[in-house]
Design a protein around this ligand. Structure first.
Ligand SMILES: [Zn+2]
Length: 500
């Protein structure tokens, strides 16, 4: 950890600072060389995973213990600047003092350490087999200390990053503060050790047993957070050899030891058949806060879709209830599925008719503390996902225009977008909808979704559809990202009529 020092900026303070430094005992030591301190501070590349203010503070700390002055700090700092940051420095003029180097780098790179990138780092970090649960917890706390991450979110990231079966991890939820959480982690660690020992004994007994499904046993690495609800945790984009790497070209291989649920009997999407069961005079779906604007809206390209995630002011988060739903469902994120041309793209189809774009508004039941907890449950209605179709039109959709303009810039770390109440996407809250029980439409395909498919499509201009098709993943356009239609397997599809 580092301590933030008061900056000694401006020419006027440097002499005073030096005089004070002379009084400090450390200055009387023999000066240490750069080689002595090599490795004490990491290279700074301008990569936003490593915050520039932390790097600056580390250099000042090292300089303090080594008894260096401004010139040594400048030279030492410059040695450690590489990559993008080095290229950036080359085009700067007048960087002849540490103060100038520091302010130049801070000005250029500080704003890039967004909350989104800290969230991304947290969601990417998993407990390794070499570290204890406690060590992992403190590593995550250190990452979180760079941004303003709420304790609740931190706890969730920690739970997500611990490999293992969801039923055991259930005991980690519900802590009211970090101290309680640490106690839960200790108890969990003890239990894991015990189960591992028991399983090791059982494995010896049944040496040739078939691999157990991931829900039923085995201490296996955590399957990736599904793209459907992912808020940017895709860490396998570059690593195509990763066992959890998947693509839409490769759907037949999703059903594997890693994503066994993709072969379940309640999978999505489906073709909405002609013979649906109508429910007339049903209670209305209640869309609350859909006209409230977020505090922040971030668009991310996670390699499988474009995701919009948001932060709302207290009490402002959209909640869906009523209609077919029992309980309140909290909005989590939205994303889109599209196809190569206007004849294809939506995941759901209507008697085989497909639309060029389908938007998914993901909600989770408020009885769960978080989206991850809802996903980890085996509750068939833990999530409510609203599917909204778009049809190509000459009419533009003002809400979508706002989003598509920013989409091209969306990277895996996300771009901040101007805020946009979800209602402005043109949702008609009185529309009739089809509903059935299904799954996430991407690995690991958890069967935990109450689907609500709005009957009436919204409009979108063809030119905006092309923006989706030009989204790049590993340098290639992601031309389609829909899953193939899954068998209904006798499931009932209901139609809730337009609500008055
Ligand atoms: Zn989806």
């Amino acid at each position: 950890m580092y301590r933030r020092r008061r900056p000694t900026s401006g020419r006027g303070t440097s002499r005073g600072a030096r005089e004070r430094a002379i009084e400090e005992p450390v200055a009387s030591r023999a000066k240490l060389t750069f080689q002595d301190m090599e490795g004490a501070v990491p290279i700074f590349t301008g990569n936003d995973d490593y915050p520039v203010d932390k790097w600056v503070a580390q250099i000042e700390e090292v300089a303090h213990s080594a008894g260096w002055g401004s010139m040594e700090k400048l030279l030492f700092g410059k040695r450690l600047v590489k990559g993008v940051a080095e290229r950036f420095l080359r085009i700067q003029v007048g960087v002849y003092s540490w103060e100038k180097l520091k302010s130049t780098l801070l000005e250029e790179f500080a704003r890039k350490v967004s909350g989104a990138s800290v969230h991304r780092r947290l969601s990417k970090s998993q407990k390794t087999s070499e570290e204890s649960v406690n060590e992992y917890f403190y590593r995550m706390r250190e990452i979180a200390s760079v941004g303003s991450i709420e304790d609740r979110d931190l706890m969730e990231y920690v739970i997500d990053g611990i490999p293992g079966r969801s039923s055991m991890k259930g005991m980690l939820y519900g802590a009211r503060n970090l101290k309680e959480f640490r106690d839960k982690l200790s108890a969990f660690d003890g239990l894991v050790e015990k189960v591992k020992a028991e399983e090791a004994a059982a494995t010896v007994a049944t040496a040739k047993a078939v691999p157990a499904p991931s829900t039923g046993g085995g201490w296996r690495p955590k399957a990736r957070t599904p793209a459907l609800i992912d808020t940017g945790s895709e860490d396998n984009l570059a690593d195509e050899s990763s066992p959890t790497h998947w693509t839409y070209d490769d759907q037949s291989r999703w059903v594997s030891a890693i994503f066994p649920m993709c072969g379940g009997t309640r999978q999505s999407p489906i073709d909405i058949p002609a013979d649906v069961t109508p429910v007339i005079r049903a209670p209305c779906l209640f869309w609350s806060n859909y006209h409230s604007a977020q505090r922040y809206l971030t668009l991310e390209n996670n390699g499988h879709s474009i995701y919009a995630s948001s932060t709302w002011a207290q009490g402002g988060i959209p909640i869906l209830s009523g209609g077919i739903l029992t309980g309140n469902y909290i909005f989590a994120a939205l994303h889109w599925h599209w196809g190569r041309d206007n004849s294809d793209g939506s995941e759901h189809s209507f008697q085989s008719h497909k639309y060029p774009l389908e938007m998914h508004l993901v909600h989770y039941n408020s009885q769960y503390p978080s989206l991850s907890a809802a996903l980890a449950s085996n509750d068939p209605q833990a999530l409510a996902v609203v599917g909204v179709m778009f049809k190509a039109s000459i009419f533009s959709n003002p809400g979508m225009t706002v989003l598509t303009q920013a989409m091209r810039r969306a990277t895996s770390t996300g771009v901040q977008n101007s805020v946009l109440p979800l209602g402005h996407l043109g949702l008609n809250f009185k529309d009739g909808y089809y509903t059935y029980l299904g799954s996430l439409t991407s690995p690991p395909c958890n069967q935990v979704v109450r689907w609500i498919i709005l009957k009436k499509p919204l409009h979108i201009k063809s030119i905006q559809l092309n923006i989706f098709r030009s989204i790049l993943v590993n340098g290639r356009p992601l031309t389609f990202n829909y899953r193939n239609i899954q068998p209904l397997n006798g499931r009932q599809v209901q139609y809730y009529d337009q609500c008055l």
